[in-house]
Design a binder for this molecule. Structure first.
Ligand SMILES: Nc1ncnc2c1ncn2[C@@H]1O[C@H](COP(=O)(O)OP(=O)(O)OP(=O)(O)O)[C@@H](O)[C@H]1O
Ligand SMILES: [Mg+2]
Length: 258
């Protein structure tokens, strides 16, 4: 069966003439992977290893130097097509939710830009999507500052889902949430992913969540793929010293906080 997402030899290198030397680590060596519908792939790596860069390349915020991204075996020729099909949830809702707009306008914006829906159909879709993430229709009249961070993250999820994407990319989506809201949001995302059959790419330093929700893992070190494999295999039998170090450091942190 054709994978939902096929990434082949995707690479990036920024020509950077700044004083701190060439490229300053903002690069990705050729990287390939596949993602099936309904599958969750986590990206693991230290700060600055290129996780967010990979996410930006996938959603089209940065342009790769080489390589190809196929959706259901077809190249994504148009920006709009990719914008609709591969959606991103950012770490901070400050980045994704404009404080000057009501949540209704925030959710309507992608519909106006990317669909032919009339205003009535847009309103219906907004209310439907708010419900999907456990919010009320009244919330469309709220502004960002009127919500808790947990609710904001739900709205960010709604904004990502409103165009019926096939792939969701989430970059540290739970970092600002307290443990109980975090686990509610994790459960919500897992349920949505299952119900909608989405491919999910998930970036987090929280290896507890990574282990809990991902089917497979890619490990990045300084823009290079160190290893990849099934989640159980990576956690139980990591091949590289780097992956072992990441896992041990996380375990040490957890046992210290326990
Ligand atoms: N716009 C940019 N221009 C130049 N270099 C950048 C830019 N953005 C990030 N970098 C550098 O590229 C490297 C990879 O950054 P990236 O943000 O992908 O790391 P990351 O794995 O997401 O890290 P973190 O875990 O801290 O989020 C880092 O060395 C970073 O300093
Ligand atoms: Mg990052």
């Amino acid at each position: 069966m054709t994978p939902l997402l096929t990434v082949s030899n995707l690479s990036y290198c920024k020509k950077d003439k700044s004083w701190f030397g060439k490229n300053a680590g903002f690069r990705l060596d050729p990287l390939s992977f596949e993602l099936k519908a309904g599958e969750t792939m986590a990206i693991m790596g230290e700060n600055g290893s290129g996780k967010s860069l990979l996410a930006k390349l996938l959603v089209g915020v940065e342009r790769p130097n080489a390589g190809e991204i196929l959706l259901n075996g077809e190249p994504l020729h148009h920006k709009r097509q990719r914008f609709q099909a591969i959606r991103m949830i950012f770490q901070h809702t400050k980045e994704s939710l404009n404080p000057a707009l009501t949540l209704g306008s925030l959710l309507e914006e992608p519909l106006i830009l990317n669909t032919e829906l009339d205003s009535r159909a847009r309103k219906r879709k907004i209310e439907e999507t708010l419900k999907l993430v456990g919010m009320l229709p009244e919330h469309q009249f709220f502004y960002r500052h009127m919500l808790s961070e947990g609710q904001r993250q739900r709205v960010a999820v709604a904004r990502a889902l409103i165009l019926n994407p096939q792939v969701l990319v989430a970059d540290e989506p739970f970092a600002a949430l307290d443990p109980s809201v975090r686990s509610q949001t994790v459960n919500l995302l897992m349920k949505l992913q299952r119900d909608l059959g989405l491919g999910f790419i998930f970036i987090s330093h929280n290896l507890g969540i990574v282990r809990h929700i991902s089917d497979r893992i890619l490990v990045l070190e300084e823009g290079k793929l160190v290893e990849s494999g099934k989640t159980d295999v990576i956690f139980n039998w990591p091949k590289s010293d780097y992956t072992q170090r990441l896992i041990h450091a996380y375990q040490a942190l957890i046992s210290r906080d326990a």
